[in-house]
Design a protein around this ligand. Structure first.
Ligand code: GTS
Length: 231
């Protein structure tokens, strides 16, 4: 039996959460190495497995895969969640890249300065409801199918459910004017692998709280000003 994929990251969502989602949707069991300190991270760097001395990293099929998109693409392709041909793949990429733009904003939100939080929150919600969700509402309405691409579950659907739930955590009721997206959410949440991942006790992580933010800053030695410039 092939070894289970092994995920290396800190104990939080960050960039790894979409990898957890995609593996879960594919019904793949995995192990996690969740480091807690800068020393743990340094030891991983010293192992020479991180191409850019960065995580996420996933050990899978004899590779140490880094770069979030590379990891996700490999999993999507391997588990038949990446369309049936190049055109479907490109459409999946277009959906997923938009969703990742939104996802990245939400991922960084807990790290924003207290005095900036409300402004950033408003911006995220405005982008979600004015720019991104209308696209998925229209797509689902226009083709009348259950999934975004090719009428079978793909990476785009998994990423969409993940980001819907993230936005709803920031503001409940945001889907009220998107009936097709609401139906999509209900439908995809009931798929057995996904339903399992949504249960309490699954490897799904909560949104980063203040404690996790402090741990992450220590692990990656993030100086606040530098970090904000990076954002
Ligand atoms: N483009 C990379 C990806 O998508 O994987 C970025 C990876 C990245 O910046 N990782 C951070 C890191 O390892 C951790 S986190 O942003 O995901 O929390 N930082 C350490 C460093 O020295 O850059």
């Amino acid at each position: 039996m092939a070894a289970k994929p092994k995920l290396y990251y800190f104990d939080g969502r960050g960039r790894m959460e979409s990898v957890r989602w995609l593996l879960a949707a594919a019904g793949v069991e995995y192990e996690e190495v969740l480091f807690e300190t800068a020393e743990d991270f340094w030891n991983l760097i010293k192992s020479g497995k991180l191409m850019y001395d960065q995580v996420p990293m996933v050990e899978m099929d004899g590779m140490s895969i880094v770069q979030t998109r590379a990891i996700l693409k490999y999993i999507a392709a391997k588990y038949n969640l990446y369309g049936k041909d190049l055109k479907e793949r490109t459409i999946i990429d277009m959906y997923v890249e938009g969703m990742r733009d939104l996802n990245d904003m939400i991922m960084l939100f807990p790290f924003s300065l207290p005095e900036e939080k409300q402004k950033i929150l408003n911006y995220i919600l405005e982008r979600a409801t004015q720019r991104f969700f209308p696209v998925y509402e229209k797509a689902l309405k226009d083709h009348g199918k259950n999934y975004l691409v090719g009428n079978q579950l793909s990476w785009a659907d998994v990423q969409l459910l993940e980001v819907i739930l993230m936005v709803e955590e920031l503001k409940s009721g945001v889907l009220s004017v998107f009936p097709k997206v609401q139906e999509f959410k209900a439908r995809v949440s009931k798929l057995p692998n996904i339903q399992k991942f949504l249960q309490p006790g699954s490897p799904r992580k909560p949104q980063e709280d203040e404690t996790t933010v402090e741990v992450v800053k220590k692990i990656f030695k993030l100086d606040e000003d530098l970090f904000l410039q990076h954002m």
